[in-house]
Ligand binder design. Structure first.
Ligand SMILES: C[S@@+](CC[C@H](N)C(=O)[O-])C[C@H]1O[C@@H](n2cnc3c(N)ncnc32)[C@H](O)[C@@H]1O
Length: 365
């Protein structure tokens, strides 16, 4: 700070580096564009605009409008927004639009591990609740999972599904000690906080000799999960029930799983203790949590930004709305999670494997 500047009040009291200001503003402008574009991605998904561009052939605005039964007047700025964001390609010479294989995998192919449209649906759904959440910042009160806009539930299902399809059966279950042979020969599995049942249905499809119970406190999610099991033809070996994680009955299950839900609970310690009681003495508790390092500074990157955003708007308010109010947050990290599991009756706890966005913990009595 120069002497001259220090005498001129708050606007001149700190040096502003014009280059750093430009760079920072550039990033913020990018974020404004991305925020607006989230709505446009959801529109593109719902109207089948990306799907109609699959295959890579260039298409004119009018042709895409005819193909999708939409208005070319709207498509013109939509396509330009997408091209400005790098979501589609524009050829000025022919005035046509196309998608690269990478854009197609991320935006138009729900079976691709890279499919990311669900995250935008999730984000838009959550943003509709911002006025309520602003109030919770003042009061410190919670906002339950069940209170959110319905797009959060379908967005979450579509966001997590590609990662579970790619990893759950092929990578995560085999990383657990002795679990796959049990599942192959016929095991009893409880999937806690199952939401729409993506993980439960995938496991039931892969292991036909095993039996599965999915539980979630959110009744509307359980209704959808039952429908998903029927659609997948596995409803004869899955039962979905409305129940709180802490109310899991004592039993002799071989595997209890929690996919991305432990940190949403008010009393994750009580839920882990209930999981222990529900397991046989040689059973396994598998906890899938968002990837995180132990310290805030480990998580200050784009993935951490997404998870801290979700943590502020969804996970922390969800936990605060339940008895216990532990507010673990979506970036608890392996050390905190490991000690929670140890304190809940599991003697052997380890990080079994990771993906770029997931931490997979194995806990055994
Ligand atoms: C982020 S979603 C994950 C859903 C699902 N496991 C998945 O991976 O798609 C969190 C889920 O935890 C459920 N949940 C939160 N607190 C719970 C509790 N105390 N008992 C049972 N389920 C709970 C919510 O209803 C929601 O379905």
């Amino acid at each position: 700070m120069t002497d001259t500047m220090s005498t001129h009040g708050p606007t001149t009291s700190r040096d502003v580096d014009p280059d750093r200001l430009d760079a920072f503003l550039g990033g913020v402008i990018g974020d404004v564009g991305a925020t607006l574009s989230a709505g446009l991605v959801v529109i593109g998904d719902r109207l089948g605009l990306y799907a109609a561009m699959r295959g890579g052939d260039p298409v004119s605005t009018d042709a895409l409008a005819r193909r999708t039964g939409t208005s070319a007047v709207y498509l013109a700025p939509w396509l330009a927004n997408q091209a400005a964001g790098g979501y589609v390609e524009y050829d000025a010479a022919t005035q046509t639009w196309s998608m690269t294989p990478e854009q197609e995998a991320t935006l138009a192919d729900p079976d691709s591990p890279a499919f990311f449209v669900g995250s935008m649906e999730l984000a838009l759904g959550v943003l509709r609740d911002v006025p309520e959440l602003e109030q919770r910042f003042r009061t410190g009160n919670g906002f339950g999972w069940h209170e959110h806009d319905g797009d959060l539930f379908t967005g979450t299902e579509r966001f997590f599904r590609p990662g579970y399809v790619a990893n759950l059966v092929a990578e995560w279950l085999p990383a657990l000690h002795g679990v796959v042979p049990k599942l192959e020969s016929g095991a009893e599995v409880v999937d806690v906080g199952c939401g729409h049942g993506v993980s439960t249905v995938l496991m039931a499809q892969a292991f036909p000799a095993s039996r599965f119970v999915g539980i979630d406190y959110h009744e509307a999610s359980i209704v959808v999960a039952r429908r998903r099991a029927e659609e997948a033809g596995v409803s004869d070996r899955i039962s979905f029930e409305v129940a709180d994680a802490g109310e899991l009955p004592a039993g002799h299950a071989d595997l209890v799983t929690m996919f991305d839900c432990l940190h949403d609970m008010g009393d994750p310690d009580g839920a882990a203790r209930a999981a222990r009681r529900a397991l046989s003495d040689d059973g396994t508790f598998m906890v899938v949590e968002p990837m995180a390092g132990d310290h805030v500074e480990d998580n200050l990157h784009p993935v951490g930004r997404v998870f801290y955003g979700a943590s502020t708007l969804v996970c922390t308010p969800s936990s605060l709305a339940q008895p216990g109010q532990r507010a673990l947050g979506a970036q608890a990290g392996p050390t905190v999670l490991t000690s929670l599991l140890r304190d809940s009756g599991f003697g052997r706890v380890r990080v079994a494997t990771t993906s770029p966005v997931n931490l997979i913990l194995e806990a055994r009595p």
